[in-house]
Design a protein around this ligand. Structure first.
Ligand code: PMP
Length: 431
């Protein structure tokens, strides 16, 4: 198909009329579809239905003979740390802590404790450093950015590349002593799906930092969340940091929110022995112990590494067709435009670069047509996308037929906005 920029004026006018009519017809159907957030669909949660009856009446004794109903066990059951430590965190069981149900809450706590008390290697708490800052690969996860905003941590955007954050920029900015950390989603990054390369991991582990207490906030939310048969691997960050002589550099986070139950999973922290001792010292003031029955429930249900892999294959079978439906609709309507989109091999999102100055318009068009999209700008610090170009599509929650409908509608909105933008550019050039 001829690129929009190469169309003769009459052809462009024709394409506009066509796109406008297709959009109007879609809108007239009065659909209500939600593609805003990466929530598991009910059938994904149903995969873990068997868990609700576990560990079962009378089954409350752990491998070491502890009573899982009682207080205690701050670090979490060793058998759960062994089950999830390697695949989710790349850590041995002794370097893993099992928390409650949300890794975001664990990240929140780490940030608050760092601000109030400092981390191993801090001279003073982060809040007493002048204008502490975090590096934020963009587009990125809006809730990471919301945490920084909440606690007055400055955010410095770093462009993403197919191999992870642009390391030239990261290495230059990290020399500033007020830069305390970097948000990372190393595998199937939210929202654009990148997998960090081995070289990126090694550079992050080895780079010089101005702050002695700099931390990688390594959010491995999608460690085993593959959408294809290719199970991408990222080198273990804790080992890379230890090898590079910076053993305390990484805080690693993960959860089973998108493995078992989003609201009733298990969250994890992993780090060097020093970081784990630091975490436990703080956590021990906050709680007398986590919910070990939920830990037993997960153990009884998934059993072992093979059980985890089999469960994630069932998740993939439900999710992959929804992602294919999205990319198929984009392929069908948008080839020949300058719009580009990710083809993620894991994770929960498709990211679209719809062209400068179009994202807000597209979200508005979609909303008028009954499709809820993540607000434009959400994947950037302070909600501001300087190019107003990025859209995050979250196809997990709606049913497959609804995803097909929504993807069709979204593609029509993007196409209409792209043609409007081309017309406006020609208009401006003539003026
Ligand atoms: N990190 C990332 C990158 C995510 O995409 C999400 C969920 N959308 C979370 C963390 C939230 O994890 P949890 O449910 O463990 O709080």
């Amino acid at each position: 198909m001829t690129a929009l920029a190469d169309l003769a004026p009459a052809e462009l006018a024709g394409r506009y009329a066509e796109a406008h009519n297709a959009y109007a017809a879609f809108r007239a159907r009065g659909l209500r579809l939600d593609m805003t957030r990466g929530k598991p669909a009910p059938e994904q949660l149903d995969l873990a239905a068997g868990m609700l009856a576990l560990p079962g009446n009378g089954d409350h004794t752990t491998a070491s003979g502890e009573d899982a109903r009682n207080y205690g066990g701050l670090q979490g059951l060793p058998e759960i740390r062994a089950l999830f430590g390697r695949p989710l965190l790349g850590a041995p069981p002794e370097q893993v802590v099992v928390a409650e149900n949300s890794s975001l809450a664990v990240m929140h706590d780490c940030l608050v404790w760092a601000m109030l008390k400092g981390v191993p290697g801090s001279d003073v708490p982060w809040s007493r450093t002048a204008a502490p800052a975090f590096l934020c690969p963009v587009p990125g996860y809006d809730r990471h950015f919301a945490l920084c905003e909440e606690f007055g941590i400055r955010m410095l955007p770093v462009p993403m590349t197919p191999d992870g954050p642009d390391m030239e920029v990261v290495e230059a900015l990290s020399l500033d002593p007020s830069v305390k950390g970097l948000w990372c989603v190393p595998k199937y990054s939210n929202p654009s799906g990148e997998v960090y390369s081995g070289a990126t991991v090694r550079r992050l582990a080895a780079m010089r930092t101005g702050a002695a207490d700099f931390r990688l906030f390594w959010d491995n939310a999608y460690a085993v969340h593959h959408l294809t048969q290719t199970h991408h691997a990222v080198p273990d960050i804790l080992a890379a940091c230890a090898d590079a002589g910076h053993p305390d550099r990484a805080f690693v986070f993960a959860s089973t929110s998108k493995i078992t139950l989003a609201g009733a999973g298990l969250a994890f922290f992993a780090g060097s022995p020093g970081n784990v001792a630091w975490y436990l010292a703080r956590a021990g003031k906050r709680t007398i112990g986590p919910d070990k029955l939920n830990q037993l429930r997960h153990l009884r249900f998934l059993r072992d590494a093979a059980g985890l892999t089999a469960h994630m294959a069932r998740q993939r079978d439900l999710l992959a067709p929804k992602f294919s439906a999205v990319t198929a609709a984009l392929d069908r309507h948008l080839s020949g435009t300058a719009v580009s989109w990710s083809r993620p091999e894991g994770g929960y999102f498709v990211s679209v670069d719809a062209g400068v100055g179009t994202a807000e318009r597209i979200v508005g068009l979609a909303s008028d047509a009954g499709i809820g999209l993540t607000p434009a700008g959400a994947t950037f610090p302070y909600g501001r996308d300087p190019r107003d170009a990025t859209l995050r599509l979250a196809p997990s929650y709606p049913s497959l037929p609804d995803v097909r409908e929504a993807a069709e509608g979204i593609a029509l909105c993007i196409l209409l906005a792209a043609i409007e933008s081309e017309r406006a550019a020609r208009e401006a050039a003539r003026a």
